[in-house]
Design a protein around this ligand. Structure first.
Ligand SMILES: Nc1ncnc2c1ncn2[C@@H]1O[C@H](COP(=O)(O)OP(=O)(O)O)[C@@H](O)[C@H]1O
Ligand SMILES: CC(C)(COP(=O)(O)O)[C@@H](O)C(=O)NCCC(=O)O
Ligand SMILES: [Mn+2]
Length: 906
């Protein structure tokens, strides 16, 4: 296609048909919509039967979620000299109906209630919170308000042996405070602290993070953060340096195998303590923030000060190298008040960071360790601190040793204490079973914005409202760091200065809530799971991030309007809509400010973040009405399309089917260009236009190769595929007029077809729960679909017209539906539902459809079976980026299994 379809090309007859369709649509009462069965391969809020509690007239009514259960199963603490770290687990019951579709899929693929039997935990969420030790009461209030200490008592997942006879609650705790404050916990909460060794915990926490969390570790040099994927088999030995109040250096050789080889009393407590005395700062963050405006050369004695402005190049020291920290303050003519607090703070930060970096290096050298991981809250995600430490390690080791940092820096001990609960199964969890989410308003204390723990959605919305008023620093992008200076060597100033320090409230977004989803699996047909990278576009390219920031920001008002309308347009819905918009904008602003804030983020994650954010504010399915309207309109024209297709010969039909899929993929409510189209015409008009303009060769055109595989050439007829997985995209024409006819063709040829659809709604994508009904409607007009759907157990629920009478289906190949495990418009094949993984085992063809699944993600993915990628590009920049093309170009990429393997072995 070479441009936006032009509506004027329609004749009057078409217009009349379309008007009729629109009228039918208007008559559909919103209330008549089918109930949304929410599948939950990923944990979620259960909003079924949600109701406003109390007076409807009230300004901020509480919403009651009778079916939401949030059982707290475990809590573990690390009570340090400066901070109390808390890790707690909330178990989320799965509320998805074990419907007939699911049961029949499980039976067919031999899945025994997911693969989770081997996992003692059911799945849930790990939360991370911290408090100042000096404000122990805030921590106790938090635990008490959230009843974190009690939930586990009634929980079946409470590990055996820890559920006490006399109902005293036992909680795992580490750090000195586990001893010091044992009585306070007993008195205030009736809790006994079960003490775990601090070093054991630090190591257990670090090993868990490094093995189970993708992109946990990163390097930080000259302002550049780079995530490092650690090979599990090549993790040990390493040096763990935990910079808390004091510093511990631990040589780690394996799980539970370690030795504390060194430490230093000059640590985080030293910086904060001395800094407070010397600058009168009221908080750690204030002190750290001051350092960013500092110039330490007013306080430190530099090599140049001693050498009359010259380098001491013979031993590799530049004039700007610090010769003696605080060396200038020996001057008798100056008092403390003559020095700027900013300069003092910076000098102190550099002194302590370099010192720790240097001692760490010496210990790494002493034991022949190449990797040093730094943890502890002294680091506080602060770019300058990390740069300084990295600089020291790099300088002293001449580049031989590498400093790495951890996203969960301060929570190593608390996580380790958490791991020490026996039999909770956390240790067997793997990266693909963990999904990190970044909900708004995770309660945190000690920053500028804090408050009581958020109890319900209403409190969260109020928090958002305050957050937006106060938190301007997080919504306003901050300029990037200036390029660094490097001299002859020695301690030049690292470059990451000038970045505003984020308050704790926004820094809390740095680590998310870890969702544990034991049922997720790696897709078995990936050619090389270790090398697999789902995202096609790299968002670490700042111009890409800027582009997507703009696209998503511009789309926001339309999305909010749809979301609010989907919930009846009530005042409550509007308020939630505003909160959602603020929350999502804040996420975007945060990412613009610090692209690596949430770890390594691809476009797939960004698009899913938007969906998650909608769910967070309880928008169950923003496009529900649109989806239903488009399904109905498309189903109405399906019979004619099938008749037309059936009048063609096999070759013509195959081409028409692929053209049909590409043309119908124009129905994308996530694309700005398409949304503009919808304002100009009805869906059938757009579909016809799109179809008409479909012209080969496409931008990527492997159709002939695909045709050869399907139909052979000459007399040689290749065997049909055994089973095809069709990854469907949008509701309406896309699935009904595009993918279903293609599925029907495969079925006709004797190939089993599995339609793979989203577990949760995302834009106008069709979900696995919605598909059986759509198929049932389509089956009313088509024998092939009906028999196959019956054979696949799809029509058990759906009321199919009996006009065809009872037929023996034993010979039919089945048509099935499975959920993919996703709640976004893209797919990451490292984390799919167990039903999809099971269905994939006998599949020899996969068809990925749509931009999200075939272009934004998986465009370059390689599979062990035949793969067909079909999409229409509905974004000019993407078309340019992928193949120097244009908006509405089409992709038909066929990668036969043999070639994949050749690629892999060449
Ligand atoms: N909000 C804060 N309040 C106090 N100290 C903080 C804060 N944020 C970071 N820090 C730094 O973190 C150090 C404590 O780190 P942490 O790993 O929690 O050690 P500990 O277990 O000894 O408390 C403090 O000494 C200080 O340097
Ligand atoms: C979210 C989407 C990937 C969905 O596309 P689909 O998979 O439905 O073809 C796509 O709508 C998209 O990239 N939208 C943002 C870009 C734009 O407005 O053009
Ligand atoms: Mn889509």
């Amino acid at each position: 296609m070479d441009g936006i379809p032009n509506n004027n090309e329609n004749d009057n007859k078409n217009l009349k048909e379309c008007n009729k369709e629109e009228e039918e649509v208007k008559e559909m009462a919103p209330g008549s919509s089918t109930p949304i069965h929410r599948s939950s391969s990923r944990p979620q809020l259960d909003v079924s039967r949600a109701a406003i509690q109390g007076n409807f007239e009230e300004r901020n009514p509480t919403i009651l979620l009778p079916n939401q259960s949030d059982d707290i199963s475990h809590l573990a603490l690390d009570i340090g000299g400066s901070l109390i770290k808390l890790v707690y687990f909330s178990r989320h019951e799965e509320h998805s109906a074990d419907d007939k579709r699911k049961r029949s899929i499980k039976k067919r693929f031999g899945i025994s209630n997911g693969s989770r039997r081997s996992y003692p935990i059911l799945g849930g969420r790990l939360h991370f919170v911290k408090f100042e030790t000096g404000k122990l009461n805030e921590c106790l209030d938090f635990i008490s308000a959230k009843q974190l200490h009690r939930g586990g008592l009634d929980s079946p997942s409470w590990p055996s042996g820890t559920r006490p006879e006399d109902n005293t609650i036992i909680i795992k705790a580490t750090g000195g405070g586990a001893y010091k404050f044992a009585d306070v916990f007993k008195e205030r909460l009736g809790v006994s602290l079960d003490k775990e060794d601090e070093m054991d915990c630090l190591v257990a926490g670090a090993n868990f993070l490094l093995k189970a969390i993708r992109h946990e570790a990163f390097t930080h040099m000259e302002g550049q953060k780079e995530f490092v994927q650690i090979d599990q088999n090549d993790l040990f030995p390493y040096l763990l340096v935990n910079i808390g109040s004091g510093v511990s250096m631990i040589k780690v050789d394996g799980d539970g195998k370690f030795q504390r080889v060194s430490g230093t009393n000059v640590g985080g407590g030293t910086y904060w303590g001395l800094g407070r005395l010397l600058t009168k700062c009221k908080s750690f963050d204030e002190l750290l923030e001051l350092s960013q405006q500092g110039d330490n050369s007013n306080v430190d004695m530099l090599v140049g000060d001693i050498y009359g402005g010259m380098d001491y190049s013979k031993i590799g020291l530049s004039a700007s190298t610090i010769a003696s920290s605080f060396g200038k303050t020996i001057s008798e003519s100056k008092e403390l008040s003559d020095y700027r607090p900013e300069d003092i703070s910076l000098s102190l930060l550099r002194m302590i960071s370099y010192n720790i970096g240097q001692i760490s290096y010496l210990n790494a050298l002493r034991y022949g360790l190449k990797r040093i991981f730094f943890g502890g809250f002294f680091i506080r995600g602060h770019a300058y601190t990390m740069d300084t430490i990295s600089f020291a390690v790099h300088f002293w080791s001449k580049g031989q040793a590498q400093a790495m940092f951890l996203r969960h820096e301060g929570f190593l001990g608390a996580l380790g204490a958490f791991m020490s609960y026996e039999k909770h199964g956390l240790d067997v969890l793997r990266a693909h079973q963990l999904v990190e989410r970044f909900p708004m308003g995770a309660p945190c204390v000690g920053g500028k914005i804090h408050g009581p723990p958020l109890g319900d959605l209403n409190e969260k919305i109020s928090w958002m409202e305050k957050f937006v008023q106060k938190g301007t620093e997080i919504t306003a992008p901050v300029p990037m760091a200036p390029p660094g200076t490097t001299g002859v060597g020695g301690f030049e100033r690292p470059s990451s200065r000038g970045n505003a320090l984020r308050s704790d409230a926004s820094a809390a977004l740095n680590i998310g809530v870890l969702h544990l989803v034991p049922t997720l699996e790696v897709f078995p047909l990936l050619a090389d799971p270790k090398m697999y990278e789902p995202n096609t576009i790299d968002l670490s390219d700042h111009s890409e991030l800027e582009f997507w920031f703009m696209v998503l920001s511009e789309h926001l008002p339309d999305l909010v309007a749809k979301a609010v309308a989907s919930e009846g347009g009530t005042d409550d819905a509007k308020r939630r809509g505003d909160a959602f918009a603020h929350a999502f904008s804040a996420h975007l602003a945060r990412l613009m400010e610090e692209p690596a804030a949430y770890g390594k983020l691809g476009l797939a994650n960004l698009l899913e973040l938007r969906e998650e954010c909608l769910r967070e504010f309880q928008f169950v399915d923003a496009y529900i009405t649109i989806k239903q309207r488009e399904n109905e309109a498309s189903l109405a024209v399906l019979p004619d399309l099938l008749i037309e297709l059936d009048s063609m010969n096999e070759e013509e039909r195959l081409l028409a089917l692929i053209e049909g899929v590409l043309a119908a993929n124009i129905f994308d409510w996530g694309s700005r260009a398409c949304v503009d189209l919808y304002h100009k015409g009805t869906i059938i008009e757009i579909y016809r236009m799109s179809r008409k303009k479909m012209q080969r060769p496409w931008q990527e055109d492997d159709f002939d190769m695909f045709k050869k595989r399907m139909l052979g050439c000459g007399d040689k007829k290749p065997p049909p595929h055994g089973r095809a997985l069709l990854f469907v995209d949008n509701s309406g024409a896309d699935v009904v007029l595009g993918m279903l006819p293609l599925a029907r063709e495969l079925l006709r040829r004797g190939t089993e077809v599995v339609l793979v659809a989203n577990s949760l709604p995302a834009l106008n994508d069709v979900t696995a729960n919605e598909l059986p009904e759509i198929v049932a409607e389509a089956a009313k007009h088509c024998d092939i679909l009906r028999k196959a759907a019956e054979a696949g157990g799809l029509l058990v629920d759906a009321m199919v017209s009996v006009e065809h009478g009872l037929v023996d289906n034993s010979a039919s190949v089945p048509l099935m539906v499975v959920e993919n495990g996703c709640g976004g418009p893209c797919i990451d094949f490292r984390q799919v539902s167990s039903e999809l993984a099971a269905a994939a085992r006998d599949a020899d063809l996969i068809i990925l459809e749509g931009m999200g699944r075939a272009l934004h993600t998986n465009f370059n993915a390689r599979f062990r079976c035949d793969a067909l990628k079909l999409a229409m590009v509905k974004n000019q920049r993407l078309a340019e980026k992928l193949f120097n093309g244009n908006i509405y170009d089409c992709v038909c990429r066929f990668e036969p299994a043999g070639e994949q393997l050749q690629h892999n072995f060449s």
